[in-house]
Design a protein around this ligand. Structure first.
Ligand code: BGC
Length: 378
C-alpha cells in the first residue's frame, strides 16, 4: 500500500527537480579518478564537478583540497584560477595549505594555549611559538571520507572525524564539508560540525587565487574590495592584540576597490609584521547571515570573484611566504605573491580574546558555515 505512494512522491520530486533545471542541459556526471596513493597504501581520489555552464572544480579527498577551479574569462575562455600541485606528493609534502580545508582552528592561537571551561589546553605549536591551522596534522593532512552528493547540483560531501586529544584539542569533532559548483559559477562551501564535548572549532578554506590564470604572475594588480571598516591589528607572531582599529587612512583600507600592490610595501608597522597583508578584517553586518564580504577583480581576464559568507572575519593573506620553492601545476614555481587567500572565519586567537565572537561548540549544537566564491566577468 505504502510503496506506490512513496514511488509516486519520488517521481513527483524527480520531475520537479528536472523542471527546475536549465532546459536542454543535463548535469554532467561527477568523474572520479585515483589521484595518488598515500605511503600507507590508501588511495586518494580526485572528483570533478562540472556545472551546466561548463565551469569545473576538482577536489581531492586528501585535505578536502580544491585542486583546480576552471572559470571563464570575459571571452568565455576557461582557465584554472587556484594554485596547487599536479600530484599527491605535493599535497603530502607541501607547507602552504594549497586549496585545503584547514582546522580545527584556521589561523593562529597564541602559544597554542587557551582555557576552556576552567581547564587549560596546550595545542601543538607549529608556527614559531604559536599554533597555526590545526597543528602538525591538521584537516589538510588527513584523508577525508567522500560521500555521495544528495542534491540535483554538482556537489561533493566530505567528512572528517577528529578524535579527542588530536593536536591537543578537546572533544571528538565530526566535520562535514559540502562543495557545490552551482550553475551560476559559484563554489559554495557548507560546513557542519558536531561534537561530544566542548571543543573550539574554526575551519576555513585555504585556496590561493590568481584570477589571471597565469600563476607565474603576481597578484599585485588584482583589485580588492573588502566590506569592512575595521581590522584586528596584530603583534609579534601575527597574534591579534585584541583591539579592533579603523581602516581609514591606513593601507588596510579596501572599502573601495584598490590594487593590492598600491600600498603593500609601504613603511607600515602592521605590513612589516605580516611581510605584506596577512590580517583579519572585521566584516560589516551580523555574522550568522550570508552577506557580501569581498570582491576581487583582474582586468586582463575580466574575471571577478565575489565572496559571500556568514562568518565574522576575513583573513586576507597576500601570499607573502611563497618564495618560488613550491613547484606547482605544470612545473611552475610559485613566486612571491603569486596567489592570495581570502579565508572566511572567526577572528584569530579568539579562545584567548573573550571580546571576540565565540568559537566554542557545545554538545548538541551544530557548527555551521556557508561561504561562496562567485565568479563573473566584466
Ligand atoms: C596565514 C599565513 C600563513 C599561511 C600559510 C595563512 O592563512 O595567514 O600567515 O603563512 O596561511 O600558508
Amino acid at each position: 500500500m505504502m510503496r506506490p505512494i512513496i514511488f509516486c512522491m519520488a517521481m513527483i520530486a524527480f520531475l520537479f527537480t528536472q523542471a527546475c533545471q536549465p532546459k536542454g542541459k543535463a548535469l554532467p556526471p561527477m568523474k572520479t579518478t585515483v589521484f595518488g596513493t598515500l605511503p600507507d597504501g590508501r588511495p586518494v581520489h580526485q572528483y570533478t564537478l562540472e556545472n551546466r555552464s561548463g565551469a569545473s572544480a576538482q577536489i581531492i579527498d586528501y585535505g578536502a583540497a580544491v585542486t583546480s577551479l576552471k572559470v571563464p574569462d570575459r571571452n568565455g575562455k576557461l582557465e584554472d584560477v587556484v594554485l596547487g600541485y599536479d600530484s599527491l606528493q605535493g599535497y603530502v609534502d607541501g607547507t602552504s595549505y594549497f586549496g585545503a580545508i584547514v582546522g580545527r582552528y584556521g589561523n593562529r592561537i597564541g602559544k597554542g594555549r587557551f582555557v576552556l571551561d576552567g581547564k587549560e589546553y596546550q595545542l601543538t605549536v607549529n608556527d614559531g611559538e604559536n599554533h597555526l591551522h590545526g597543528g602538525a596534522v591538521g584537516f589538510n593532512k588527513v584523508l577525508w571520507e567522500a560521500m555521495p552528493p544528495d542534491s540535483g547540483e554538482a556537489s561533493l560531501r566530505l567528512q572528517v572525524v577528529s578524535k579527542d586529544g588530536e593536536e591537543g584539542y578537546p572533544g571528538t569533532v565530526t566535520l562535514r564539508v559540502t562543495y557545490t559548483l552551482t550553475d551560476k559559477n559559484e563554489l559554495r562551501i557548507d560546513y557542519e560540525g558536531t561534537t561530544d564535548r566542548p571543543p573550539i572549532l574554526n575551519p576555513t578554506q585555504h585556496s590561493y587565487f590568481n584570477l589571471s590564470g597565469a600563476f607565474d604572475r603576481p597578484i599585485l594588480d588584482h583589485l580588492l574590495m573588502i566590506e569592512a571598516d575595521g581590522v584586528t591589528p596584530v603583534g609579534a607572531g601575527l597574534i591579534p592584540t585584541g583591539r579592533i582599529t579603523d581602516v581609514a587612512n591606513t593601507p588596510m583600507d579596501f572599502r573601495k576597490p584598490m590594487a593590492i600592490g598600491t600600498h603593500i610595501d609601504d613603511p607600515d608597522a602592521q605590513l612589516a609584521l605580516g611581510k605584506g597583508y596577512d590580517h583579519n578584517w572585521v566584516l560589516r553586518g551580523a555574522a550568522g547571515r550570508v552577506r557580501k564580504a569581498a570582491e576581487l577583480y583582474e582586468a586582463g581576464s575580466g574575471r571577478m570573484m565575489t565572496v559571500f559568507t556568514d562568518q565574522p572575519g576575513l583573513q586576507f593573506y597576500s601570499g607573502n611566504f611563497l618564495d618560488g620553492s613550491a613547484k606547482g601545476k605544470n612545473g611552475i614555481a610559485y613566486g612571491h605573491r603569486s596567489g592570495l587567500c581570502l579565508e572566511t572565519q572567526a577572528f584569530p586567537d579568539t579562545p584567548n580574546k573573550p571580546q571576540f565572537p565565540s568559537v566554542t561548540l557545545r554538545p548538541g549544537q551544530v557548527y555551521r558555515q556557508t561561504t561562496l566564491y562567485q565568479f563573473s566577468t566584466k
